[in-house]
Structure formats: structure tokens, C-alpha cells
Design a protein around this ligand. Sequence first.
Ligand code: 4AD
Ligand code: MG
Length: 453
Amino acid sequence: METPAFNSEIHVKGWVRTRRGSKRVAFIHLNDGSTIHNLQIVADIEQFGEEMMKKISTGACIAVTGKLVESMGKGQRMEILAEQILIYGEADPEKYPLQKKGHSMEFLREIAHLRPRTNTFGAIFRIRHALAFAIHKYFNHHGFIYLHTPIITGSDAEGAGEMFRVSILDPKDPPLNDTGEVDFHEDFFGKETKLTVSGQLEGELGALALSEIYTFGPTFRAENSNTPRHLAEFWMIEPEMAFYDIDDNMDLAEDFLKYLISYAIEHHADDLAFLEKMYDPELMERLRFILDNPFVRTTYTKAITVLEQSGIKFEFPVKWGSDLQAEHERYLVEKHYKKPVILTDYPMDIKAFYMKQNNDGKTVRAMDVLFPRIGEIIGGSQREEDYDKLYNRIKILNIPEKDLWWYLETRQFGTAPHSGFGLGFERLVQFVTGMANIRDVIPFPRTPKNAEF
Ligand code: 4AD
Ligand code: MG
């Protein structure tokens, strides 16, 4: 928005961050959440009266009409000389939890209903918005179709983790079948349903019709992982592309991540500067590290050798065939390659059934993108397009065919090579804002034993 001209009459609304001043004038710092910068309001105390001034305390919501003038004071270019002030809502200084500055992130999590009013969360949520917008912008520009995949799903075939059940049955007295198990035929959908862990399988149906699609929606995992990188409810971006092989998939992932980070730097420099100053002196350096380096592309097997030869004693021992932990991923990125890393060709047994099988009979065409601090930010693969190979894998893993007949049909009718990946949105926001804990980049985090707001 354009700044109005000096000496014009303007009208602003917002929340008071601080009020300082002398006996004669009050300096009120007002913020409406649109930027990290406060607007200074200068009010003549005699004109408005001591009584009213007292009510304009930190946290109060006010509307001000006045003249915009060049500021003679330090720290701001302009200010408003107040002519009228309307108080929408007071905030009792004795009770308002954000009366003082410098609260811990843990405390702020307990007041998630108020924390967006802090400079920190204002900056984080503006950046989160910008990244969400940039994601749509990027895909739209590249001709991808935004496909809405379902939140409630009847298949739990992805195998990405434990799922939350969706049911209207009475938990105290559910209908039972002959064998004494809960009879989901009587449930809302006539079958057992869950909250989705990923939109990928439906995304693939879309790609095998529309060529290039993406989903961007909430996903749910009922794992009991209390880590700074896991949420029970998180948002995921999942592009899925017909005719892409794993190399095309890696090219897209790298270009996409670089675009998103550049977008944040270009549009939210002030918010990033604030976060860098307050929390993370290496923030911008880390963002540039992604932009300035081509991502290293190597295999899981080579990474295992690197880790084995590192001489480091990891908390989780390294062995070909076991999943990499964040500590291993971070070692590869931060210490060994010193570049963002994409690992491919993971052991078949630790990856999902749908990944394209390599000829060695042991590995699949998976790809994980690893970032400093975060570890895995993207997980994806080329997909198995061969009906027989896919069918055999499903049988070996004992996945019920009745849950996946529709998925299998896409390999019977006009199958095509295709690939895709999932970017964890909060992990991206975490990386861009430098926040140490994923709970601080989503307005209302859902984690084990925590769904208050
Ligand atoms: O590696 P994941 O489990 O992959 C899938 O779900 C595939 N279906 C994606 C695809 O190929 N379309 O999850 C993808 C990404 C991870 O790399 C991580 O960034 C994020 O989602 N993620 C989580 N983020 C926050 N909390 C959790 N519990 C997460 N689990 C995964
Ligand atoms: Mg993964």
C-alpha cells in the first residue's frame, strides 16, 4: 500500500504495543499486524485527559484520527498527531499476559490465543502466509492444477504412520458384529474411516489425468513423537507429475524450494531481519546457503558409507537398511557435504509400497531432501507404474487389495511413468523463520496431549 502524503488526515486502528512519554505528551506505538514496524501516535495528554490516557495501555485496541507528519524523533520516519482517539477495548495491565516483553516461547505456547499479537508471531505468521501464497503462485505459473484431495479417507494404505479414526459411533456402546468387533457398517460412511496422512494416492489419480497437479492441505499423524520437528496435524504440499522421472522430480524440488526461499527474502526482508536479530544470527546465511548451492545428489548407500566412515558415535547406530535419523541427515548436510543434499535409492523395506523398484531388487527410487537444522524437509519418489510389480509389493506387505483397487486400476488403464513428493509446510516455515520448534510456526499446534485452542 502507498503511504499517504505528509499532512494528510488519516485514520488508523490497531493494538497498543507500548505507551511512553512525559507529563505533556504520550507516545503510543500502535500495530495492526500488517508489518513488524509500529506506527507512532503522538497524543497531547491535556487534550485527551489523564483518565483516558491510562486506558490506552499495552494490549488495548484503539482507533486514531490525526495528521500524518514527518517525525523529528529517532526510530521512525513519520508519526500521527492524534486529533481523536476511540478506545475499542481496554487491556487491564494487571491481567494482560503480554504486558511485559521477553516471554519464553514455552509460555507463549500456553497463550496461543494471544501470541499473534507479539512481534515474533506477527513476523512468523506473515512469512507463513507469504510462503503459502508463493506455493500457489509457483505452481500456477508452471501449469500445475491445484487438486483438492480428501481429508477423510477409507484407506490406510500409505503406511506413513498411525492414523486418527473418524467415527460417529458411540464410544461407550458401539455396535458389535458376530465376532465381537466394532461393526463399522453402522458408522457414518458404512466403513472404518480415518484422517488422511497424505494426499498422494489421490494426487496420483489426478496426475494420471491432468499431467501435473499439486495438493496443499492438512494431514494428520497420530504418532507419539514429541520432537521439535513433528506435529500431529501439519500441512503438506504434494505435487504429482505424469512423465517425470526421479531426475525431473529432483529438479522440481530444488527449483521449488529455492523459489520459495527467494520469495520470502524478497517480500519479508524486515520480518526476517527481526527474527535474525532476536533469535538466530545465522538465519540469512542459512537461507543464502540454500540459494547459492546446487543440491548434492547422492544415494542412500553412499551416505551410509560416509556416516560409517565419519568416526562419529551417533545416538542411533548407522547400518545399511535402517532409516536415517535427523542426527545422520544433519551430519551429511552440515558437516560432510556442506550443501543441501538429496538422497536417492533407499532400501525397499524402509519405504512405502508405491515407490518404483530398482533392478537390484533391494532399493527403490525414493528421494529425500535434507536441509541444515531440519533434516528431512521433502520426501518423495518416482512411482511404480508397472501393475505386476506394484501388485506383488502390495501382496508381500499384506496390504488389503480392497482398500486399493482404485489405485491399482490406474496401472491397468493407461499407466504412465510419474513422480511426486511431499514438502512439510511447517518444516519449510521453520527453516525460513529459524524457529527451533515446529510448534512455533503454526498458529494452533496439535501435538500429543495438546489441543487446547
Ligand atoms: O516423508 P513423508 O511421510 O512422505 C509422504 O507422506 C509422501 N506421501 C509424500 C509424497 O511423496 N507425496 O512426508 C513428507 C514430508 C516430510 O518430508 C516432512 O517434511 C513432513 O512431510 N512431515 C511432517 N511434518 C511435520 N510433522 C510431522 N509429523 C511430519 N511427518 C512428515
Ligand atoms: Mg519421509
